[in-house]
Design a protein around this ligand. Structure first.
Ligand code: NAP
Length: 288
């Protein structure tokens, strides 16, 4: 396959993280390039926190087309970029950098784009919905931004109540909508209020698959949507509970693939091959 051989015209993108060994992004993005017969490659760039400014300058200097950023660089990269999208600005974190033709560095948060696009793909209405978000970490920031800026009424419940309150306060100011906050002990009281519940905690994630952030004795209603951002396992205990109650359950693989697809589109300008990207992720799980 001539177009897929590395040569002088090969375009490079990649991921900057520390550690970076476990990321699924190289498999997903390289499969996308292969599916579209594009002479591009996606590489891992293990980068210590202290080296991030040099690495970002290196991206610009080496003619790299863009990078993803992962733990622990998503917030630290913000002041190193020339321009941010409204989502990245409000969330305070960047997971995708695009090197513009003039060398300017543009930062986007495609976790937010991926979540929003996956909700839309599942036909979930955001505007006017009442949404309960469990957790107040990095994923919660993207989720709360998408929901609140999309016109949902949002309530954040977190193990550490002060963190939920800080997130609600900050995002309320940025988005201009009231957001309530509380502890996870408020789940029984708030369960019936919500049209949608989004779990952004890692509770239930592989290998601790026998755990759930949701009390077993609190039932879901048939019209409710339960979205778990965890993507491994594909069906968490929370999702299984929701399905047993007749609610709609959605897992995090769509968000994962769509955040990668959004980055692919920003770098290449091409429509991402979603099915090939998702298949690559599933195959790489099976092979681990
Ligand atoms: P994070 O920044 O560390 O935040 C974790 C949040 O979960 C915090 O609010 C924390 O509460 C809470 N939490 C942690 N352990 C808990 C426990 N045992 N009981 C109750 N609450 C607990 O993590 P993150 O980056 O947001 O990631 C969270 C999850 O989202 C991970 O499973 C990650 O894989 C997933 N994720 C998925 C996607 C996707 O594309 N599908 C994207 C990003 C993240 P405290 O504030 O009290 O510590």
């Amino acid at each position: 396959m001539e177009s897929f051989s590395i040569n002088g015209r090969t375009k490079i993108v990649g991921i900057i993280g520390w550690p970076v060994e476990h990321t699924l992004s190289p498999v997903m993005q390289n499969e996308a390039f292969k599916a579209l017969r594009m002479n591009w490659r996606y590489l891992p760039f293990p980068t210590k926190p202290a080296d991030l400014p040099d690495a970002i300058e290196g991206v610009r200097a080496l003619g790299i087309r863009g990078v993803n950023l992962t733990i622990p660089h998503k917030e630290a990269a913000v002041p190193l970029l020339d321009e941010l999208s409204p989502a990245a600005e409000a969330i305070g974190a960047v997971n995708t950098v695009v090197v513009e033709p003039d060398g300017r560095l543009f930062g986007e948060n495609t976790d937010a784009l991926g979540f929003g696009e996956d909700l839309a793909a599942h036909g979930v209405r955001v505007s006017g919905a009442r949404a309960l978000v469990l957790g107040a970490g990095g994923a919660a920031r993207a989720v709360v931004y998408v929901l609140a800026s999309g016109g949902a009424e949002v309530c954040v419940l977190n193990r550490s109540v002060d963190r939920a309150e800080a997130l609600a306060r900050e995002m309320s100011e940025k988005v201009g909508a009231a957001i309530c906050a509380g502890g996870l002990d408020e789940i029984p009281a708030k369960a019936g209020w919500a049209d949608m519940v989004v779990n952004t905690t890692p509770v239930g994630m592989w290998p601790a698959v026998d755990s759930s952030p949701w009390p077993e004795d609190v039932r879901f209603g048939k019209g409710q949507v339960v979205y778990d951002v965890i993507y491994r396992p594909q069906e968490t205990m929370l999702m299984a509970h929701a399905r047993r109650c007749g609610a709609t359950a959605i897992g995090g693989i769509g968000m994962l693939v769509r955040q990668g697809a959004a980055a692919f589109k920003l770098w290449t300008g091409k429509e991402p091959p979603l099915a090939a990207m998702e298949a690559a992720v599933r195959l790489s799980w099976n092979n681990r």
